[in-house]
Each structure stands twice: as structure tokens, then as C-alpha cells.
Design a protein around this ligand. Structure first.
Ligand SMILES: Cc1ncc(COP(=O)(O)O)c(C=O)c1O
Length: 355
């Protein structure tokens, strides 16, 4: 078994530590630990190891499901890994909508035969007919990320329901990574609430600004959740007790935290949109803190552009080639407002110099 190196993480490893401004982080700036009680008591495993039953029941309510249809994980990343292991344990076939967060394509490609369904610019819309064409009799899962990273496109309820019906009719599951869902002004229903064939993954890293908690979950039908739990016995055993302790408080204060983070993202999105239009750069106005932007004239690819920006201005952007689209770069604008100001000032200096 061989897995592709995670291009974005390798790019960050090369540049993030040394650079002054990180304009490629995909989440919302982290909240301070001082806003929470951080003493969970004894530092034991979480028992039962799938997560505190009362908290799972609360999370499960969001999906119209029972506590045992939710598994707490170490971030959304683990939820996606476990979902793939559970759904593709016999190999088989998966349909993956791209461009997407790399783990949602590289993990299934390591385990199974994959057909990619491309979203096309400028709107990055999802065509149910293309998904229907890609589904085969042996397809066990269709994999979606909505709102999408890197494009920020949020597919509407009727499109996602159409994809759900296609998956269900084929006896497959629809797995949707919904980690940016609660940054939408009007979130659509999560996939795990759409029926027996829906599996949702998410976590507190992005919309809540709590990446350091490493707390997420998977919600779906019992057979999938059980199979994922069986794999979790070999990955992290239980969630972190710190993560779960703070997650409980964050979920209790969800309204306040999400309002704060949505306001920040909306304000920053407006600032970035104004900046891009000044320089004639295009994006599809994103939901969430990531935008996928056309590479400025004079640069062959997102890679050459982003490399020069980090070398000359110490600002990290993400080359679109890491998402299979080398005429784009991804900008992450969920960072602190002062850092956004500095980052855009430096980009301005760079673009003016290279006009
Ligand atoms: C779509 C998507 N899913 C999952 C993750 C990983 O999230 P977590 O920090 O919750 O593991 C990311 C991080 O960028 C992401 O963009």
C-alpha cells in the first residue's frame, strides 16, 4: 500500500515556520485556551472509547440520530480516515468530487479504484449527471466536501440530495466532509441526516477556531460507525480527554463562538474580495475562509507565483497545483485581522513590483 505525500502539509512544512504571514491557513484564527476550563481531572482514556455517551447523544441530535451513531475522533482528519477504512475495507470503487482536501482523494486512491468527478471553474458547480455516470455497480462510496476546500463552493441542498439519492439507489454511501458547514449563513442539512446512506464528518478545528483540540466526529448509520470504531482501536483508541473536555464547553457556547467567527470571516472575505478586484484577480466568492484565486499574469503557475511571494515577501499562500489546478492559488483569510492587513499589504507590494 502506498499513499501520496500530503502536498499541502509538505508545502507548509517547508515554509510556514520561517515565514512572517500565513495566508494559507484553512481555518479561522484559534481561540485562546483561557476562554475555557482546561482541567478535565484525571488524565485517563475517555471511556467508553468512542466518546462520552451524553455528549455523543447531544451531537447525534443534530443528525436525528442516536448516540451510538456518532464516533468521536481526533480531528476531522481521523474521522475521514476511519470512514474510508470502514467503507473501502474490501477495496472496491469510490467516486470522489475534486478538487478537494487531499486526504479525501489520496486515502480512497490508496484503498480502492477511484473515479474523480471534476468541479469546473468559474463556478465549481457539481453536476449530478456526472456523478451518476461515474457510479458503478461496485461503488461503495461517493465522497464530497461541502463547503469545498479549496474553492469555497457550497453546493445547495437540492444538489446534495440528488447526489445522496444516486448513492443510495446504487447501494453506496455518501460521505461528506462538512467541516466548514457552520460558517455558512444558512447551512444546508448535514448528509448524515438525509437517510441511512449518509455519513457526515466534521470537527471543531475550522468553524470554531479550535484546531489544537484535535476534536471531531463521524456520524452515520450504525454499521459504518461500528466499523470505523473497530479501526479506531488501532489509531488513537479514544479521543483526547482535554479535547473532549473543552469541546463540551465549546458546543455549549456554539452560538456565541460561531457568531464571532462568521463575522470575522465575512469581514475578511469582503476585504480580500476588494483587494482581488483591484488587481483583476478572480475567484468564486467562497463560503468559509478559503478562496481559490486565478494566478496573476506573468506567472506560469500557482507554484511559481507562491514561491516568489514567500521568497520576496515572507507570505505563505497555497499553490493550486496541490489541488490539481495549477492556474490557481488558495488564499486563507481566517487569520487575525492585523495579520490579514499585513499579508495584503505585502501582497500589494509584490504585485505592484511585478506589474
Ligand atoms: C476539508 C477538510 N477536512 C479536514 C481537515 C482537517 O481537519 P481537522 O483539523 O479537524 O483534523 C481540513 C483541514 O484543513 C479540511 O480542510
Amino acid at each position: 500500500m502506498q499513499i501520496e505525500p500530503f502536498g499541502l502539509e509538505r508545502w507548509f512544512a517547508d515554509h510556514e515556520h520561517e515565514a512572517d504571514v500565513m495566508l494559507a491557513e484553512s481555518g479561522v484564527r484559534a481561540l485562546d485556551a483561557s476562554r475555557f476550563d482546561t482541567d478535565p481531572g484525571r488524565l485517563d482514556y475517555v471511556v467508553p472509547t468512542n466518546g462520552d455517551p451524553a455528549l455523543r447523544a447531544k451531537v447525534a441530535d443534530r443528525y436525528g440520530r442516536a448516540a451510538d451513531e456518532v464516533l468521536f475522533t481526533t480531528g476531522t482528519q481521523e474521522a475521514n480516515l476511519l470512514a474510508n477504512l470502514a467503507l473501502l475495507d474490501d477495496g472496491g470503487h469510490a467516486v470522489v468530487v475534486t478538487p478537494t482536501y487531499q486526504s479525501l482523494s489520496s486515502i480512497p486512491e490508496t484503498l480502492a479504484d477511484v473515479t474523480r468527478v471534476p468541479l469546473e471553474p468559474p463556478e465549481w458547480g457539481l453536476d449530478p449527471d456526472a456523478v451518476a455516470e461515474a457510479i458503478r455497480p461496485e461503488t461503495s462510496v461517493v465522497i464530497l466536501n461541502n463547503p469545498n476546500n479549496p474553492t469555497g463552493r457550497y453546493h445547495p441542498q437540492e444538489t446534495v440530495e440528488a447526489i445522496y439519492d444516486l448513492a443510495a439507489d446504487a447501494g453506496a454511501y455518501l460521505l461528506c466532509d462538512e467541516v466548514y458547514r457552520l460558517l455558512a449563513d444558512e447551512p444546508i442539512d448535514p448528509v448524515a441526516s438525509m437517510g441511512r446512506h449518509g455519513v457526515s464528518t466534521t470537527g471543531l478545528s475550522k468553524a470554531w477556531g479550535l484546531a489544537g483540540l484535535r476534536f471531531g466526529w463521524l456520524a452515520g448509520p450504525p454499521e459504518v460507525v461500528q466499523a470505523a470504531w473497530s479501526w479506531k482501536d488501532y489509531t488513537t483508541i479514544s479521543p483526547s480527554i482535554f479535547g473532549q473536555h473543552v469541546a463540551r464547553q465549546a458546543l455549549d457556547r456554539e452560538g456565541e463562538i460561531l457568531r464571532e467567527n462568521r463575522d470575522l470571516v465575512a469581514d475578511h472575505r469582503d476585504r480580500v474580495a476588494a483587494f482581488l478586484s483591484e488587481y483583476g484577480l478572480e475567484w468564486f466568492e467562497p463560503v468559509g475562509p478559503n478562496g481559490f484565486v486565478t494566478v496573476p499574469d506573468g506567472f506560469a503557475t500557482g507554484q511559481s507565483f507562491c514561491r516568489r511571494v514567500v521568497q520576496e515577501e515572507s507570505v505563505v499562500l497555497a499553490p493550486g497545483g496541490l489541488f490539481g489546478r495549477d492556474q490557481y492559488f488558495r488564499i486563507g483569510f481566517g487569520l487575525d485581522s492585523d495579520d490579514l492587513t499585513t499579508g495584503l499589504q505585502r501582497l500589494r507590494t509584490f504585485l505592484d513590483r511585478h506589474r
